[in-house]
Ligand binder design. Structure first.
Ligand code: BGP
Length: 486
């Protein structure tokens, strides 16, 4: 048997893409609440406030806020052992800088965790998943302001204390390394807003980024790394049972050719994208190549002795990551670049891509697991993986998503191989286990779910849930602990 007996099989979500109810229970606005819907060719807009002419997909999302019982019951039916979700900071502290938390917000998550407990499902909670309170973005300038560290720690202390005994697995910042990757990292990751009333956010295929603030982005990242290390220490102090993980966007970059220059380029991409953050979170120090990176990016960073101490004493218990696709790297500026999942690089001629242009590369997952385990020797967890695709709802209400089953099967096979290679793998939570709003495009049409939600890109639909073929397939996978994949 490849996988541990207690392997954490499950699914993953994020509050801003899933919950909705943004004006309910005293919730304040979060950054994605001012982001409009886009498509695979039309970028989303970020607006300075909420404008009636736009559709904002996070406002209702798929209404987990009211349907959590039904959703968690479906997860239990599939046999989930783990459910990854995020707490929306603005539900607990509507502005982000209040002294007292919002009791209604705290109670909502109590109900969710109690429901999980009822079915023996372990919650895995992300503290910050691209959903900074909008007030902190607007009035403080997001994470570029050092005061956010204290505000975040106050929020962490509140939820660690409140949910002690109910939540054991925590992740600090979702895909913290998007802050080394550009516009999306600026806005969604760091809460640094672009100047202007209505700005396009170029994260869709082929659309170039229009605005960036590299210095503030790296400063914000340093603040998040310090905040993350402090959160790890605090979580352990409040409850020694707590296990806190790093969460990064898993980026595999192959050399585009076997030219040594391309191999070097790929190594540089891997360092910048993966190891820069992960070294800090897992080893407690900035890697020695940081100086090269800061110079390349034209940034200066002031890492005080005090910060260095915090980083050293707040290393994580495990490393989690998202993995969807891989890229390539070349030093030849004439090779055209494609983009997928905030990653850019020349297209790989050996791989097929999803309809949204994300390469499909199951072997890359085995490669990445081995790379990460060799480097850190910490337990690993895949907390996002899956295929974003358009689904066809049949007359009889069924959804035959064989392509999604194929995708997952291949990735789970490679996971099993990696375990045989010697990797200590804790679990796997498929992304968007119930259809939800896409982070990059704001669409509903780009579905990842094993459960279909009746809602389209314009917000039409009755939000009813229907298991897809992948639902029944995944149920068998879990029941057999990953043995039965056909
Ligand atoms: C990750 C994010 C998720 C999620 C996923 C799929 O980068 O952590 O929030 O959305 O990507 O991306 P998308 O929704 O853009 O297809």
């Amino acid at each position: 048997m490849a996988f541990r007996k207690d392997f954490l099989w499950g699914g993953a979500t994020a509050a801003n893409q899933f919950e909705g109810g943004i004006t309910e229970g005293g919730k304040g606005l979060s950054v994605p609440d001012v982001m409009t819907g886009g498509t695979r060719t039309e970028p989303r807009h970020i607006t300075d406030g909420i404008f009636p002419q736009y559709f904002y997909p996070s406002h209702e999302a798929v209404d987990f806020y009211h349907r959590y019982k039904e959703d968690i019951a479906l997860y239990a039916e599939m046999g989930f052992r783990c459910f990854r979700m995020s707490i929306n900071w603005a539900r607990i502290f509507p502005q982000g800088d209040e002294e007292e938390p919002n009791r209604e917000g705290l109670d909502f998550y109590h109900r969710v965790f109690d429901e999980c407990k009822h079915y023996g499902i372990e919650p895995l909670v992300t503290l910050s998943h691209y959903e900074l309170p909008y007030y902190l973005a607007k009035e403080y300038g997001g994470w570029a302001d050092r005061r956010l560290i204290e505000l975040f720690i106050h929020y962490c202390e509140t939820v660690f204390t409140e949910y002690k005994g109910k939540v054991k697995y925590w992740l600090t910042f979702n895909e913290i390394n998007t802050l080394v990757m550009g516009v999306f990292g600026n806005i969604m990751g760091a809460g640094i807003l672009p100047p202007g009333q209505d700005v396009k956010v170029g994260t869709v295929n082929g659309v170039e980024e229009e605005w960036d603030d590299v210095q503030r982005r790296y400063t914000a990242l340093h603040h998040q790394l310090v905040a993350s290390a402090r959160a790890v220490q605090l979580a352990h102090y409040i409850d020694p049972e707590n296990q806190v993980g790093a969460m990064i966007l898993g980026r595999v970059a192959y050399p585009y050719t076997c030219k040594p220059e391309d191999a070097l380029k790929a190594q540089q991409v891997m360092r910048q994208a993966n190891y820069y953050c992960c070294d800090v979170q897992a080893r407690g120090v900035y890697p020695s190549f940081s100086k090269w990176l800061w110079k390349k990016e034209g940034v200066t960073l002031d890492v005080s002795q005090e910060d260095a101490e915090i980083l050293k004493n707040g290393t994580v218990d495990f490393i989690s990551f998202s993995y969807y696709s891989s890229t390539t790297a070349t030093d030849d500026p004439n090779v055209p670049v494609a983009m997928g999942n905030m990653m850019r690089g020349p297209a790989n001629p050996y791989l097929k891509s999803s309809a949204w242009g994300w390469t499909i590369d199951a072997k890359g997952l085995r490669y990445y697991l081995n790379e990460m385990y060799d480097r850190y020797q910490l337990p690993l967890m895949i907390v996002e993986n899956g295929l974003g695709a358009e689904d066809q709802l049949e007359e009889d209400g069924s959804i035959h998503d064989a392509y999604r089953i194929d995708y997952m099967r291949e990735h789970i096979r490679e996971m099993a191989q990696a375990v045989e290679d010697g990797v200590d793998l804790m679990g796997y939570t498929v992304w968007g286990c119930t259809d939800l709003v896409s982070a990059s495009t704001g669409e509903m049409k780009k579905r990842y779910g094993l459960v279909y939600v009746d809602k389209d890109n314009d917000g039409n639909g009755d939000l009813s849930r229907r298991p897809k073929d992948s639902f029944y397939w995944y149920k068998k996978v879990i029941a057999s602990n990953g043995e039965q994949l056909d």
